[in-house]
Design a protein. Structure first.
Lengths: 148, 323, 339
């Protein structure tokens, strides 16, 4: 979490992007000079299904206010079926976070292909706005990690 | 029943069908029963017990027992057979080394519930027509049987044995249980209410790991929470985050494999309703991917080990329901 | 002895909490009791034992020892200790009151544990005599009289009034601080109640359990006993017994990386865990049998050998009630005992 000079809350967002589609999509957004917020910290993973539920929780622990997971569109996975497993896992994990009363809009899965630079930028803009509305992550934060 | 079981075990030992028997051993009081392995008729006569307090699920012990030489006889209650079958599916037990005798299950009793009524100094507990007659050092007490039933038995899912070599007593049916009622009640609360509920519950956690260690689905040789190199290993709930993470991950690692045997909540020294986390996953799996009961058979793929191209998107969580 | 009417307990608690932080055992919604910071309206639990013992006040489950902050090549070491406030723990049972004597032997022996000592200096233990011991109680085995608890001060109830007496200077200061609420009382009825309690203690199922045959001189005999295999075979290796135990005192010290600094903390550890006392070469106790044996050998043999015969157990019965598989020190003593 950061607070800029106008004291406006700037969320910290972690985006896990798969190497083959979404990371290339982010790249394309860059080469096309499309704007997306600098609050997004991208972590490249070989496949969206590399993301263990613990990664998501750890991101929140270390100060993320929102976590988004991007992978290839269903059917387009470089490894054939990785993202199908991601979809099931994340559905259950997000549902559990919701069950524990953690704001459901802090987590999201989006499919972004290598050609969808514009979608990547739009998704990130939209997600950042949504998390901004929620304010800082308090329900799933580790107080020990909070910067004084 | 106890008598018949002892006789059955003695006979199987004498016939050489089995070499050992896993069951329950009498304790100091009416209720402190310990799972134990018996190897002789004398031991069985001396301390084998099967009564209203023998709730412990012995199927997890079979992971180790079935790898030893010889064959072991296991008396399994209906709920235990689901756990065992799941272990068979995951190749965690050596099926050929176990001789299973299916026995009628609960409802079993919870000594804590008797004590919660203020009844103390318990010397003996007798069930007379579903009234518990409790002899204590302070005199005779009584209470209705059903008020002392373990939570896991109060929402029993099935009286059916899904795997056995031999059956004692009559076979039961899968029940139309009320086990998702509390999950539903929580789902219908606001996020703030749910958050408050779970904070109150999980803040009681002393991180004793009893829930993990008793769980028949938790059979990893090395748990991620026991690995100092993992970066998440911690022995104490040093922060509310740790409490949340441990319990989310504990439940997640058995999602689609948890048979809902309820041992986690039974053993929790702080009475945290941990089974609700597991049931939430079961309920979601049923809703999203079709009805699935872990342990019901030994061949089907677990819901998180397969997929369908038209599965719902993860964002369904954001779209459904009200805040 | 000085006394206060039981229906004036609220006033007593208000008076104590006006000057010091007060902790009392109170009933939780799920029926179990736990120590909580006193707030107006809170009721004293009548339960015999809290789930977690009173050792938490002096030896908490987790405690921050020191912080490190890195700035380039410089490491700043920050002492995070805060001076503890004076506090009172009210309603400590005889078993828990004795547990502090055992913990003191560990933490106050040289080198003194200053974190523990700091809390010990600031805390006043007001014990409460038992009147309704449970079947799991065996404090008598360790020479504890549940009707006459230790502690800085002790309270006794005769059903109408609460009698208070001091055992040391700290206890006397406590009584002086609430003297205006107390008046002299006749203890004849109290003596009857205590006699009755002692009668019940004699009738408890574990009343005959003794430590006569345990202690340091039978180390090899017990260590090599062939009973350990049978006793430990169903042990789950969880830490319930250790964490609810008022006398278990093992801890681990770890560093937590916060991303912008290091917090060095200590937390309770359990000899039942696979990574207990893990060193560079690995773990000295590889099987659950060895871990299980360690716990009971420590309480029944090693501890008395090192502490003039004082055993590492107070017979509170928490492990008897809470062990998921009901294996406990009583069963171990009975199975192991060599006459």
């Amino acid at each position: 979490m950061q607070v800029n000079e106008n004291k406006e809350f700037q969320p910290l967002i972690v985006a896990f992007c798969c190497n083959w589609c979404s990371y290339a999509g982010a790249d394309l957004a860059g080469t096309n000079r499309l704007n997306y917020p600098d609050n997004i910290k991208i972590i490249r993973v070989p496949c969206s299904c590399r993301v263990n539920p613990m990664f998501i929780l750890r991101a929140f622990q270390r100060g993320a206010d929102g976590v988004i997971l991007c992978g290839c569109h269903p059917g387009d996975c470089h490894y054939t079926s990785g993202n199908y497993f991601t979809r099931r896992r994340m559905t259950l994990l997000f549902s559990m976070l919701d069950f524990l009363g953690i704001e459901r809009d802090r987590t999201r899965v989006e499919w972004v292909s290598a050609a969808e630079g514009a979608k990547f930028a739009a998704t990130m803009n939209e997600f950042t706005e949504a998390v901004k509305k929620l304010g800082p992550n308090r329900r799933l934060e580790d107080l020990r990690c909070r910067k004084q | 029943m106890q008598e018949a079981m002892i006789n059955k075990a003695k006979q199987l030992l004498a016939d050489g069908v089995v070499d050992r028997v896993i069951g329950w051993k009498r304790g100091e009081f009416a209720y402190d029963i310990t799972p134990a392995v018996f190897t002789s008729a004398e031991e069985l006569d001396e301390s084998f017990v099967y009564d209203d307090f023998t709730a412990a699920n012995v199927s997890k012990y079979l992971v180790k027992e079935s790898r030893k030489d010889g064959k072991v006889l296991a008396f399994l209650k209906p709920c235990d057979t689901y756990s065992f079958n799941q272990l068979v599916k995951e190749h965690r037990v050596v099926r050929e080394n176990v001789y299973i005798v299916g026995i009628p299950g609960g409802p079993k009793l919870d000594a804590e519930k008797i004590k919660a009524k203020g009844i103390t100094g318990i010397l003996s507990v007798k069930n007379e027509n579903y009234t518990l007659k409790i002899e204590t050092v302070y005199g005779e007490e009584s209470m209705p049987f059903y008020e002392a039933v373990l939570d896991k038995c109060a929402s029993c899912k099935s009286k059916k044995h899904v795997i056995y070599d031999e059956l004692m007593g009559e076979e039961g049916d899968v029940l139309d249980s009320n086990r998702f009622d509390m999950v539903e009640k929580l789902e219908n609360m606001t996020a703030q209410e749910r958050y408050d509920f779970w904070r109150e519950q999980l803040s009681k956690c002393i991180r004793c790991n009893a829930c993990r260690n008793v769980c028949p689905a938790c059979t990893c040789e090395k748990c991620v929470f026991d690995n100092p190199d993992s970066g998440i290993e911690n022995k104490a709930p040093a922060d509310s985050f740790e409490e949340n993470m441990f319990h989310i991950i504990r439940a997640f690692h058995v999602a689609g494999r948890c048979t809902d045997c309820g041992e986690c909540s039974r053993v929790c020294p702080q009475n945290i309703p941990l089974h609700l986390l597991n049931r939430k996953f079961i309920k979601d799996i049923n809703a999203f991917y079709g009805e699935y009961q872990a342990g019901e058979d030994a061949v089907s793929r677990a819901p998180l080990n397969e997929y369908k191209q038209n599965d719902c998107e993860a964002n369904i969580v954001h779209e459904r329901g009200v805040e | 002895m000085l006394k206060i009417s039981l229906d004036k307990l609220d006033k007593l608690f208000e008076a104590i909490s006006a000057t010091k932080t007060l902790y009392i055992p109170t009933d939780r919604e799920d029926g179990a009791a736990e120590y909580r910071k006193y707030e107006s309206g809170m009721k004293l639990s009548s339960a015999l034992n809290t789930v977690r013992s009173a050792k938490d006040f002096f030896f908490p489950q987790t405690e921050n020892l020191v912080d490190f902050k890195m700035d380039g090549k410089n490491i700043e070491v920050i002492d995070v200790r805060e001076e503890s406030e004076d506090f009172v723990i009210f309603g400590v049972r005889a078993c828990d009151a004795r547990s502090f004597t055992i913990l003191d032997k560990v933490f106050l022996a040289e080198p003194v544990d200053s974190y523990y000592k700091n809390r010990r200096d600031h805390g006043t233990v007001v014990a409460m005599a038992c009147t309704r011991p449970a079947e799991t109680c065996f404090c008598g085995t360790f020479g504890i009289d549940a009707a006459a608890p230790e502690g800085d001060a002790a309270c006794y109830s005769d059903g109408e009034s609460l009698f208070i007496e001091a055992h040391n200077e700290k206890g006397q200061q406590f009584i002086d601080s609430i003297a205006s609420l107390l008046k002299d009382g006749d203890t004849s009825k109290l003596e009857e109640v205590r006699a009755k309690t002692r009668e019940i203690l004699k009738k408890l199922p574990l009343a005959k359990l003794t430590t006569d045959n345990f202690g340091g001189d039978k180390l090899n005999e017990y260590f090599n006993s062939d009973k350990w295999g049978e006793l430990s075979e169903s042990c789950l290796g969880c830490g319930t017994c250790t964490f609810v135990c008022p006398t278990c005192q093992c801890y681990d010290i770890k560093d937590f990386n916060t991303g912008h600094g290091i917090k060095r903390f200590r937390c309770w550890d359990s000899c039942m865990y696979s990574d207990f006392t893990k060193m560079a070469h690995g773990n000295p106790r590889l099987t659950q049998l060895e871990r299980f044996r360690q716990r009971f050998m420590h309480k029944l043999v090693y501890f008395p050998a090192n502490n003039n015969g004082e055993f590492g157990c107070v017979g509170c019965g928490r492990c008897l009630a809470k062990c998921p598989i009901s294996m406990n020190i009583v069963k171990v003593m009975k199975a192991l005992e060599v006459k």
